[in-house]
Design a protein around this ligand. Structure first.
Ligand code: FAD
Length: 441
């Protein structure tokens, strides 16, 4: 478990790296030193390009980067920094113009490396616009990802070429060395992430050994490691990237799925998947014997990372139960001395997965000490449990005095998660006692 200081050291490293080129050019005081807007424009471009290199680092799923924060934080941060870098680069030519470069820089300069800069900027703006407005624009995730993965390195290389030839900063040997080093790191990491790792994992695929239907549209896939290889180690509640190699005309796409089994069960692991879109609609057509490329584990949605919290409140919406099953199964396997309240929201009774297993875990005297409340938004007439939505009144009533001390874990559809976070804050629960997992990154 990474210490909080580890996360701080990553943040400091990030800040030092993005500011390093600016510090170097400031120390060496390269000309023209007296044109504020011009130098600001130069600085914006240097900062933006360094951020773009680190975008590759953030997206490369490096354990060193991901472990202290989780991809839940690093991917949105990557998105925000992409928008920030685009804003800096968009401002960059205008500041150069205002600082004495003249309007010809924008319109009349036909030097090849100025055109390279214009193309890089335009590609970046399109890339950012498609990332921010992908869903309203009706662009599928797979097409967006393909475009993003191709255009990212193109923008980076064009940006480097432009800056190398257009900027006075690269008359300095130290800046040339730094730029080459950054480019090598970015290209190296990109190739490692996009080509080396997938081909290595593909050579030793896992195998689907069981497919079990849990509900009308939910299946559990059981994976076994390649012969002679031990299953990877993981914390309860972590997730994996899975590419199913099923052939039979079925799609071969990489998707994230939580590991729903306990790490204490050796030799296999499972994911429980709901048909909720194009790809997952085919999940029930998976057969024992199908192969699966697996990259894992990732994430921090684990009770293990909160050893101080004996009282836990788990709030699950629909298929958001999967990380809780892994956590609860692990607590059962290691007989963890924890007290858990599970609020499990579904639409109908038929949507409740793992109902019997949860009921058996509730047995008196068992560890963990579990209490489950099912909440249905569209219950049948015979339903005697909770009805409606998990609003403030219901959360307060079901949690009682656990609100004061429990660690809360939320895994629900994003609007429900946001509403629950606000309810918990209103009830006085600090953010440090709320952990949440989004099923979309
Ligand atoms: C950390 C995490 C854990 C998850 N765990 C589970 C789980 O245990 N069980 C479960 O049923 N679902 C889980 N999901 C959700 C699951 O990944 C999506 O339901 C699935 O990717 C949707 O794909 P689709 O093509 O069927 O749906 P679509 O309707 O085509 O896509 C719905 C949305 O899912 C996202 N998406 C689609 N394709 C991909 C992709 N290849 N990679 C990343 N995101 C994509 C996009 O935001 C898209 O808008 C998890 C998601 C995350 C992020």
């Amino acid at each position: 478990m990474p210490h909080p200081r580890t996360g701080l050291s990553r943040i400091i490293t990030y800040l030092v790296l993005i500011l390093l080129p600016l510090v170097i050019v400031t120390v060496y005081n390269l000309p023209p030193p007296d044109l504020f807007a011009y130098n600001l424009g130069r600085g914006f471009a240097l900062l933006a390009l360094t951020i773009m290199v680190l975008q590759v680092v953030l997206a490369a799923r490096l354990k060193w980067v991901e472990a202290p924060f989780g991809l839940n934080l690093t991917f949105p941060f990557h998105r925000r920094m992409g928008v920030f870098a685009a804003a800096l680069l968009l401002t960059h030519p205008f500041l150069m113009v205002l600082g004495g470069g003249g309007w010809k820089l924008l319109l009349g300069d036909n030097t090849w490396y100025i055109w390279v800069g214009r193309i890089a900027l335009l590609t970046l703006l399109i890339n950012v616009a498609l990332s921010v407005w992908r869903i309203p624009l009706g662009l599928s995730f797979e097409k967006w990802r393909l475009g993003h993965n191709i255009s990212g390195p193109v923008i980076l290389v064009l940006g480097f070429v432009h800056s190398w030839y257009a900027s006075v900063d690269f008359t300095l040997g130290l800046m040339q060395a730094l730029w080459v080093a950054l480019l090598v790191v970015a290209v190296g990491l990109y190739c490692h992430h996009r080509f080396y790792t997938p081909s290595r994992l593909r050579r030793r695929p896992y195998q689907v050994v069981d497919v079990r239907q849990e509900a009308p549209n939910v299946w559990t896939l059981k994976f076994a490691p390649p012969p002679g290889q031990a299953r990877f180690d993981f914390l309860p509640g972590q997730f994996q990237f899975v590419t199913l190699l099923r052939r039979r005309g079925l799609p071969e796409e990489e998707h994230h799925f939580t590991i729903s089994s306990s790490p204490a069960e050796t030799g296999f692991h499972t994911s429980t998947i709901k048909a909720s879109g194009d790809f997952t609609a085919t999940i029930g057509q998976t057969r024992p014997g199908d192969l699966a490329v697996i990259q894992a584990p990732f994430g921090r949605f684990s009770y293990i990372l909160h050893p101080e919290a004996r009282d836990l409140v788990f709030i699950a919406g629909g298929i958001g139960i999967t990380p809780f099953m892994s956590n609860l199964r692990h607590m059962r396997d290691v007989q963890a001395d924890r007290r858990v309240l599970l609020l499990f929201a579904n639409k109908t009774e038929g949507d409740i997965v793992f109902r019997e297993e949860l009921a058996s875990m509730e047995a008196a005297g068992a560890r963990p000490e579990l209490q489950v409340f099912h909440v249905l938004s569209r219950p049948g007439e015979t339903w005697t449990g909770e009805r409606g939505h998990l609003d403030r009144e219901m959360v307060q009533r079901l949690c009682g005095d656990r609100v004061q001390s429990s660690m809360f874990f939320l895994c629900c559809p994003p609007p429900m998660t946001e509403s629950l976070r606000q309810i918990l804050r209103d009830l006085g629960v600090p953010d440090s006692r709320i952990s949440f997992e989004y099923f979309s990154l």
